[in-house]
Design a protein. Structure first.
Length: 541
């Protein structure tokens, strides 16, 4: 396919402009109102991938129908006309697009990229709008015709299933978000904050003292997701909204996660629960750092160790066995590379070396199968309803029995966490009391924060942080934490995932009054991938 064909608007109507894409030969193909051919008898149903000519024909016909306002005809040129038609029609009626030029690029197989330069007009105001997207031509399953493979992204690259484009008075006032010291926060400078800032605007724009302007935005199907603004026709008054984010820590987090294809990190202030940084790579509407659900690996041993010590089953300096493998109720567990520790090793040695079998062997001493779930909920606030100011998944430690309960001791099995949850666990270990993570002050809306039932006992809190300090000084976290100053502690984790050759890398640590946790998908050992991410954030904070 050769680039250059355009669809322009003349007198308020879209027309095709010749541009060398080979469309001229097909101009009369779709001459009937219903989009069917009038050139002879019906052809035999074709199979196989569409040819280059078919891709050109279908793309030209689709653009021509769409841009001349014939949404029904354009929809019939897709493989899902029922869903496509209202979106295509809404481009003019709801999004108020009054003019456009579509410029196709060079096709790659059956995929055609194109740019749209449009005008959006509303209430006497017109603003230019441009973006790039693409479509793919496929063979119809029953008709054999070449059709546009329908997806909302055909209309706009950020449009999702069930969502629609709307132009009008914005549903929320704009905000000027700042960090806790008043430094500006924008999605351009801090991309990972984009989804968060959209949510904060939706929830708190009016409360922050702003007034809405006229915008084009993506409206979600159920209204539960934040509207995503795409174009501003007239500015409203922005309200000032101070967040708990720390600009320096956020910048370090953004940079650190870019070193991996899939990584997330969160930093929390233990004494208050204030969220200091949130970063993801890639950045998507689904915030993995705050909403993800996956096994946290050995970072869960912070909670397990606290439970064992609170129940008198272990002490930091007490002797603990650590064989290379162990069998518990028919389920086999082993240490990384099948290492073992010598007789007389302490619980601190077991914790710092991340000895799985040492923890598993202690499960026989705990006669309550719900012990770990209770500890997670009552002391660390896991599974309570957190109200941080944005949507979060707040962790899950189901009550289990037998081998599944043993797997939970080392952060596997049915436990589900994200970087926020693990950072909060470390913050609770550091502070001794759970402080629910927040990203905006609760005085903004009077929401009630989650409260744990009880704090760690002073003795257990002291022993737990001592073990984390040992892990950061000479244990599995020593290399990653070498550059971190202050009073520091840490815990590594590697979480095995079914069907994944390399385990997920987890790491969590604290330095003075800052705790952070990170996960790198398929990153391997916790200290190798996630460790440097956490260290970078702790150093910046």
């Amino acid at each position: 396919m050769r680039s250059g064909a355009k669809v322009g608007i003349v007198g308020g109507v879209f027309v095709l402009v010749a541009g060398g894409l080979g469309y001229g030969a097909y101009a009369a193909l779709f001459s009937d109102a219903d989009g069917t051919t009038t050139q002879g008898a019906p052809a035999e149903v074709k199979t196989g991938p569409p040819s280059a000519d078919e891709v050109a024909e279908t793309t030209k016909a689709f653009f021509d129908a769409w841009t001349t306002g014939n949404a029904a005809k354009a929809a019939r040129l897709t493989n899902n006309d029922t869903v496509a038609e209202p979106l295509l029609a809404g481009y003019a009626t709801d999004a108020h697009v009054t003019g456009a030029t579509i410029t196709p690029g060079t096709a790659t197989g059956a995929t055609v990229p194109y740019t749209v330069k449009a005008t959006v007009s509303y209430d006497g105001t017109s603003v230019p709008w441009s973006y790039a997207t693409k479509l793919t031509v496929v063979r119809g399953l029953t008709t054999g015709k070449a059709l546009v493979d329908w997806a909302p992204t055909v209309i706009h690259p950020e449009l999702t299933d069930g969502a629609s484009l709307v132009t009008g008075e914005a549903t929320a006032a704009p905000i000027e978000a700042t960090d806790h010291d008043g430094k500006p926060l924008t999605k351009e400078k801090y991309p990972s904050l984009g989804p968060i800032l959209d949510t904060l605007r939706t929830r708190y724009g009016d409360a922050a003292g702003g007034t809405p302007g006229i915008e084009t935005w993506i409206k979600s199907a159920d209204g539960k997701k934040a509207d995503k603004s795409l174009l501003t026709l007239s500015k409203g008054k922005a309200g000032k909204l101070r967040t708990t984010i720390d600009a320096e820590a956020q910048a370090a987090a953004e940079k650190a996660v870019k070193g991996f294809s899939k990584a997330s990190v969160v930093a929390v202030k233990p004494s208050t629960g204030a969220i200091r940084a949130v970063a993801n790579n890639p950045v998507t509407e689904f915030n993995v750092a705050l909403q993800g659900q996956q096994a946290p690996g050995s970072t869960m041993k912070i909670v397990t160790a606290a439970m064992l010590m609170e129940r008198g089953k272990a002490t930091a300096n007490g002797a603990t066995e650590c064989p290379k493998d162990v069998l518990y109720q028919g389920r086999s567990f082993h240490n990384l590379d099948n290492f073992s520790l010598p007789d007389g090793s302490t619980f601190t040695n077991t914790f710092a070396a991340s000895c799985n079998t040492g923890f598993i062997k202690l499960i026989d001493d705990v006669d309550d199968d719900s012990a770990l779930a209770e500890e997670a909920r009552e002391v660390f606030g896991i599974g309570l309803e957190w109200k941080s100011g944005v949507s979060t998944f707040d962790g899950s430690v189901p009550e289990e029995m037998g081998g599944e309960a043993a797997a939970q001791y080392i952060g596997q099995g049915t436990i589900q966490m994200n970087a926020l949850n693990v950072a909060s666990i470390t913050a609770t270990a550091r502070n001794g009391t759970f402080r629910q993570p927040i990203i905006v002050d609760q005085d903004l809306d009077g929401r009630e924060l989650a409260q744990a039932t009880r704090s760690l006992s002073p003795s257990v809190q002291k022993q737990l942080t001592q073990m984390m300090r040992a892990t950061a000084s000479w244990g599995t976290a020593a290399k990653a934490m070498a550059s971190v100053g202050g009073d520091k502690g840490a815990k590594t984790g590697s979480a095995e995932v079914d069907g994944q050759a390399t385990s997920n890398s987890w790491f969590t640590g604290f330095s003075d009054d800052l705790a952070a946790a990170a996960v790198v998908q398929s990153g391997g050992h916790g200290g190798d991938a996630a460790g440097p991410v956490v260290a970078a954030v702790l150093n910046a904070g």
